[in-house]
Write a protein that binds this ligand. Structure first.
Ligand code: ADP
Ligand code: MG
Length: 554
């Protein structure tokens, strides 16, 4: 860039900005968390690049974030000495929406007609653009580490932004300075008391120290956050609130962790683990682009959040792993293939499942909402992860014809089998009530046989994979009726009356009339009040799966 260039924001950004400014944002303080987290990310990126190019650190090896407040001019400055941005970087990142989470959020909002999305915005982090909630003008001056040129980005958030060369003498030696010209009703963010309180509450555990200074006063900058990574502290020194704050700044979400797992693995491999299961479902849980977001550190240096540490069906887990024995100078690609990483992947995945199992037994009321939110994702593991299938079946919970709206485990199910019952019966569909009303399950109900009601899309897949639990195969109620004749009717005899001549004549008629559409017509034990129902042939595809594949054009 040699002269100022003006650009229009991407359409999605404009929409987002409009919302920031006009919606009643429940908690504007979060803009500071977003900007501090960007500053800390930038410091971590530099720390990583400096492993192979130590010269990038120059004479300022210590990462830091400085906050400068000026009550006179009503400005708040967030400055870091991290990786920095070139003018080109700015064009790519400050004007577009890169985060898949934010994209998914926008889609959700576009689909939302009742304006409920306006409330939802308060639950999710929306990154850099949240600066415009409190500022009428934002300037970003930055110099990429190792570069001579500096650039300035500026915008009033009303549709366009400009990028221009910056005066090198006035730019940070390295890193980024974000200046917020605060709105009239947001001047409190230039006050020491307010800013210090927010930093301590929201960003006290970022792994970079934070200093605060009032420009008008003669005082030295005061340190308001120590930059000691939370996971390196002892569990006894960390409160539940500390964990929750850390979770929020890590995940960019506003809820609380439903389950926190913090431990240190020792033995063949040494690593620390700090992971969280969120209390609420993220918007993009089923977005095919959603990746796992477990950060990988090596001895406190952030390496990557794309190491696929957990299997896809644990993609809702947030957190980090800090390895003591991966070499720091290994490329990201080589780390992917390293046996140390495989051991970590295995160890952490198993541990998460075993912690969930423990919780499901010791505190079922805390486990239920976790299953409610993430059960449909965990069930993907039943067909993706053969090795952990039994563990996952142990975690699975179901509503059933006899559970009265409560969750049942398979252990519960097999403990109440009826006489001669050798299978676990289930019915799939789109919503619980409709499945529960379906004529296919009447015969089962009449015999007191519990039928699992499976309403999730994923249920049509895993149930066809030959899954069994304690030697009992899963069987769809739409597949064959043979089993029922062996099981006595509840309170009555099992002797099925010999069909009348009338019934036999009807069967002959129906077979002829429907010859092209069905493979067989039979008298069945499975109905008690409905006259007819359609079932899949024995050993044929489950009916629900057949419908799904048909609608997918297969
Ligand atoms: P996210 O942090 O999730 O990527 P943001 O909207 O917060 O999304 O930031 C968008 C991008 O802008 C960042 O990914 C980064 O590339 C760039 N960026 C923002 N702040 C800084 C900073 N202080 N230093 C370097 N790059 C930054
Ligand atoms: Mg960010």
């Amino acid at each position: 860039v040699t002269a100022p260039e003006t650009h229009a924001f991407e359409a999605d950004v404009s929409k987002l900005l409009h919302m920031m400014v006009h919606s009643v944002y429940s908690d504007r303080d979060v803009f500071l968390r977003e900007l501090v987290s960007n500053a800390a990310d930038a410091c971590e990126k530099l720390r990583y690049e400096a492993i192979s190019s130590p010269a990038l650190l120059g004479d300022e090896p210590q990462a830091r974030i400085n906050l400068k407040l000026d009550k006179e001019t009503g400005t708040l400055v967030i400055e870091d000495n991290g990786i920095g941005m070139t003018a080109a970087d700015m064009g790519e990142t400050l004007g577009t929406i890169a985060r898949s989470g934010t994209k998914a959020f926008m889609d959700k909002l576009a689909a939302d007609k009742n304006g409920e999305g306006q409330q939802l915005i308060g639950q999710f982090g929306v990154g850099f653009y949240s600066a415009f909630m409190v500022a009428g003008k934002v300037e970003v001056v930055s110099r990429r580490a190792g570069e001579v040129d500096a650039a300035i980005w500026s915008s009033d958030g009303l549709g366009t932004y400009t990028i221009a060369p910056a005066d090198p003498a006035a730019a940070p030696a390295r890193g980024t300075r974000v200046t917020l010209h605060l709105l009239e009703d947001a001047k409190t963010y230039a006050e020491r008391y307010t800013v210090e309180r927010i930093i301590k509450a929201q960003s006290g555990h970022v792994p970079v120290p934070i200093f605060l200074q009032e420009v008008a006063s003669e005082e030295e900058p005061a340190q308001v956050a120590d930059g000691v990574a939370l996971w390196t502290k002892g569990k006894n020194d960390i409160s539940e609130e500390d964990y929750a704050d850390f979770y929020r700044s890590l995940a960019g979400q506003f809820d609380k962790p439903a389950l926190t797992l913090h431990y240190r693995a020792e033995g063949r491999h040494e690593y620390s683990v700090l992971t969280f299961i969120p209390e609420t479902k993220p918007f993009d849980l089923f977005d095919p682009d959603r990746k796992g977001r477990i950060k990988l550190y090596v001895r406190r240096v952030f390496i990557t959040d794309e190491a696929d540490i957990l299997p896809r069906y644990l993609r809702f887990v947030r957190g980090l792993v800090d390895s003591a024995d991966l070499p720091l100078n290994m490329s990201r690609e080589m780390i992917q293939d390293s046996p140390v990483l495989s051991a970590i992947q295995k160890g952490v995945s198993n541990r998460i499942l075993s912690e969930l199992d423990k919780l499901s037994v010791s505190e079922p009321e805390r486990y239920a909402p976790i299953w409610e939110n993430f059960g449909p994702v965990l069930k993907e593991g039943l067909y993706e992860d053969f090795e952990r299938r039994d563990a996952l079946l142990g975690l699975a919970r179901f509503k059933s014809t006899t559970s009265d709206g409560e969750w049942r485990s398979l252990k519960d199910y097999v403990s109440t089998l009826q006489e001669n019952q050798t299978a676990i019966y289930y019915a799939t569909g789109h919503d619980l009530d409709r499945i529960a009303q379906s004529p296919q399950i009447e015969g089962f109900k009449a015999r007191g046989i519990e039928v699992l009601l499976l309403p999730d899309q994923v249920d049509s897949f895993w149930t066809t994979m030959g899954v069994d639990y304690e030697g009992k195969p899963f069987k769809s109620v739409t597949q064959g009726a043979a089993d029922l004749s062996l099981i006595p009717l509840a309170g009555g005899s099992s002797a099925a009356a010999t069909p009348s001549e009338e019934a036999n004549n009807f069967i002959i008629f129906a077979k002829e009339a429907l010859a092209d559409q069905v493979s067989d017509v039979r008298i069945s034990d499975r109905l008690t009040s409905s006259a007819v129902c359609i079932v899949a042939a024995d050993n044929a595809m489950d009916l629900q799966l057949e419908k799904m594949l048909a609608s997918a054009g297969r």
